[in-house]
Design a protein around this ligand. Sequence first.
Ligand code: G3P
Length: 225
Amino acid sequence: LCYKEETVKLFIDTANLDEIKKANSYGVLDGVTTNPTLLSKEKEEPMVQFKKICEIVKGPVSAEVTSLDAEGMLAEAKELAQISSNIVIKVPCTIDGLKTTKELSASGIKTNLTLCFSPSQALLVAKAGATYVSPFVGRLDDISTEGMNLIEDIRVIYDNYGIETQILVASIRHPLHFVEAARIGADVATVPLSVIEKLMKHPLTDIGIKRFSDDWEKLKTSLVK
Ligand code: G3P
């Protein structure tokens, strides 16, 4: 690796195998996040789909529980955790989610606390032992609230107390969300494939390539004469 400190990790936010393979082939993919909506687009039994995803990606793969009560969440979590050692259990930011997180963290199972919309939720899930917290920036922007302010608040609070829960910026909709996440010092950003590709796009790069290749062709043609 070409950096001294831990850099912002890049996860892909999808349950689609082709998208995961494509992003993986770019050499910058650290993990995958899924949710029930993303899985509903795939027409495959979710447990089978998670297994396939874990065969492609070595890093953390978030699989979400759908029960609303702690007992149901724990039962689902135990089943999901059997799939592969890289499965991370995604649990909602609710009281039952807190109880579940406490239990899972005591058994050494990694958790990702999803649907986080406030600093107080982020603080409590960290106290319960969450591995990751997922604040949804795009959905806050959707209701005219600056989503990135939440990331800044959580970063300050976590740094005040040396909290090791990783801030996983979710609901990313465009490249600036990713850049801002890195500027603030978030640990992870989960990004759809279309946005990952936009991160590398620059019109001046394309114009520059075209000019270099046109001039190269001109040179070759003049040498032949
Ligand atoms: O995986 C959770 C999150 O990234 C969803 O994003 O665009 O549905 O708000 P979005």
